[in-house]
Design a protein around this ligand. Structure first.
Ligand code: UDP
Ligand code: MG
Length: 315
């Protein structure tokens, strides 16, 4: 059996050499003798490419895919999965937060028949309030709207078998979230709980705004329910205002206000109009999000562009 290891790297120069040492041992070499390591340099602005190329020169098991610019982690990971040729492919971060020492646990589960092995971050760990709260909210909302359940704290640290990889490569959507797509595929899943250490060096490059974008993207790409939801809200509000309208008409104008409510028409009208305008705007906003997806998909650009002159050991 051959194991492919896919690692997206963006500005990881400081820690990448230490990471590579750990990746070999106690990492990959504990799991198998037959392996390939595929680094994807995602348009790093530091010396990441230089260091990776040096590593690849010394070791024929190491390949470097150099993307022509920064495409983001999700696309970079996909680029790596495209290059993988093993019987199983494992994906992990280049910053040491996905400990290579437990790779053999993933392959063990795979050997026992699992087709997708998912790393789940340990509950005790804290990520900072916004990330923690945001991801909780995300999983709650996501699992409420989409068919396939996503386990909270599940990460991109995961192994997929050859057949899952083949199916994964059929996805053509541009706004993608790797773990969402793998979850969507189904197959036989197993979980491994792990403690995520601090980064080896540097800082996480996902900012809060990017995380919000990622969450929105996964909603839009994996679920159509938000679009329907706003339709339902609109229908409900229209119905309620219709009922109230009929009540006011009856009570005030036909029966001559027996309850002495003295509705002022303009006040009611003002509230209703602003309410309805809000709804119209919200649904227009939703439509715009979907439209932007249709738009970028219809442009039909390639998912990523490899700069062949600077990618080592690529056929
Ligand atoms: N990464 C990437 N492209 C990007 C941002 C990040 O390939 O535009 C890689 C990064 O080098 C690391 C992984 O994705 O290997 C996770 O990134 P990071 O540690 O910044 O995010 P975290 O998920 O830990 O918050
Ligand atoms: Mg990280």
């Amino acid at each position: 059996m051959k194991l492919s290891v896919v690692i997206p790297a963006y500005n990881e120069a400081e820690g990448i050499e230490t990471f590579h040492q750990d990746l070999l041992l106690p990492g990959v070499k504990n799991a198998t003798k037959n392996y390939e390591i595929i680094y994807i340099n995602d348009g790093s602005k530091d010396k990441t490419l230089e260091l990776l190329t040096r590593i690849a020169k010394k070791d024929s098991n190491v390949k470097v895919v150099n993307l022509s610019r920064n495409f983001g982690k999700e696309i970079a990971t996909t680029a790596g999965i495209f290059q993988a040729s093993g019987d199983a492919t494992i994906i992990l971060d280049a910053d040491g937060q996905h400990p290579p020492a437990i790779i053999d646990q993933f392959t063990a589960k795979w050997k026992k028949g699992a087709q997708v092995v998912i790393g789940v971050r340990n509950k005790q760990q804290h990520e900072g309030f916004i990330k923690e709260f945001g991801s909780k909210l995300f999983y709650k909302a996501f699992n409420g709207t989409s068919g396939e359940a996503m386990v909270p704290r599940s990460t991109d640290f995961r192994l997929i078998s050859k057949e899952v990889r083949e199916e994964f490569l059929k996805f053509a959507e541009r706004n993608r979230i790797t773990r969402g797509l793998i979850d969507w595929l189904g197959f036989k899943r197993e979980y491994i709980i792990f403690d995520s250490p601090e980064r080896l060096a540097g800082e996480a490059s996902y900012k809060t705004s990017q995380l919000i974008k990622l969450a929105t993207n996964s909603f839009v790409s994996l679920s159509l329910k938000p679009l329907f939801l706003f339709g339902w809200i609109g229908a409900t509000i229209t119905t309620i205002s219709l009922i109230i309208g009929v009540f006011v008409a009856l009570e005030q104008f036909i029966l001559g206000d027996p309850l002495q409510l003295n509705f002022t028409g303009s006040a009611l009208l003002g509230i209703f109009i602003s309410f309805l305008v809000g709804i119209v705007l919200m649904s227009q906003g939703m439509i715009a999000v979907y439209l932007s997806h249709v738009h970028s998909q219809s442009q039909g650009r390639p998912l990523f562009v490899i700069d062949k002159s600077t990618s080592s050991n690529i056929q």
